[in-house]
Design a protein around this ligand. Structure first.
Ligand code: NAD
Length: 260
């Protein structure tokens, strides 16, 4: 399977080098589509058009805006699209365009969390009444441009955990775009944005980024606690995410003998 990667930052760079080095035996790196002035010296760089012509799978690791701008052309070109910036899919029109227009297929990366398969299974049977996700990160990673100076300062100087927002998943994902892809992933797995409440907590002492997902209903009671080391290159991203992308690439390249 020929793989092109859009974005060569904390996630895309690790994925590209791993595919180049044979970490997924069935996959071959076409190149990275890069937006920065200086190209990575050790990776093949391709333009977007070339990526579409050659790749069987295009992996988006470039952010929500890039997904909205480039994603539709990927699926229309017949390549499959693997999405990391899942938070962009709060936009229903974009989700429908990527999912339903084809001929390329849309795949969502599990990213920083797990348990989505079980949530999807229990929700499908109508077995979930409520779902919550509480995300806790180191305070500076959660400062947003829309916050006023006073709020930014309160977060930066907090001496203990501060709850920044608790609201339906769609609202929280829009307010913290680079930190709540996970809330969007939970809502998409459950298939109901309104059933999922998301909370974001800034904690100056949080050594790890944590996501506590709890759900209950007639199917049972579930609680997943995920504590990830932040990426050394980008503190808003967890270090496990590129490896989740590589697992997804491996699943797509070898569709037998894997969890589906
Ligand atoms: N699903 C999840 O659980 C999860 C977890 C962490 C991060 N993410 C998301 O993954 C995305 C990437 O994260 P990251 O930590 O690698 O970010 P990053 O900032 O380290 O890297 C992003 C790279 O994409 C490049 N880029 C931006 N627009 C581009 C374009 N149009 N074409 C080509 N390159 C472009 C940037 O120049 C940058 O090099 C973010 O949207 C982030 O929110 C998802």
């Amino acid at each position: 399977m020929k793989v092109a990667i859009i974005g060569c930052g904390a996630i895309g760079g690790v994925v590209a080098r791993a595919v180049r080095d044979g970490a997924v035996p069935e996959a071959e790196l076409v190149g990275v589509v890069h937006a920065e002035p200086v190209d990575p010296p050790d990776l093949p760089v391709v333009d977007f058009r070339t990526a579409l012509e050659v790749a069987d799978l295009v992996v988006e690791c470039a952010g929500q805006r890039a997904l909205a701008e480039l994603g539709p052309s990927v699926v229309e070109s017949a390549a499959d699209l693997l999405v990391v910036s899942v938070g962009a899919l709060t936009d229903d029109a974009l989700l429908h365009k990527l999912r339903d227009s084809g001929p390329g297929g849309l795949h969502l990366c599990t990213g920083a969390i797990g348990g989505l398969d079980l949530l999807a299974a229990t929700a499908r049977g109508g077995g979930l009444d409520s779902v919550r996700i509480v995300t806790t990160k180191k305070a500076p990673a959660l400062v947003q441009r829309w916050m006023d100076a006073e709020q930014q300062e309160r977060i930066r100087t907090a001496t203990g955990p501060v709850e920044l927002m608790r609201a339906p998943a769609r609202e929280v994902t829009a307010a913290f775009p680079s930190s709540t892809n996970v809330a969007a992933s939970v809502a998409l797995a459950v298939g109901d944005w309104n059933k999922v409440e998301a909370t974001v907590v800034a904690d100056p002492d949080a050594p790890l980024t944590s996501h506590v997902i709890s759900a209950e209903g007639s199917a049972g009671r579930y609680r997943f606690e995920i504590c990830n080391q932040p990426s050394p290159e980008n503190p808003t991203t967890s270090g496990v995410v590129p490896h989740a992308v590589l697992s997804a690439v491996a699943r797509l390249a070898r569709r037998t003998g894997v969890f589906a």
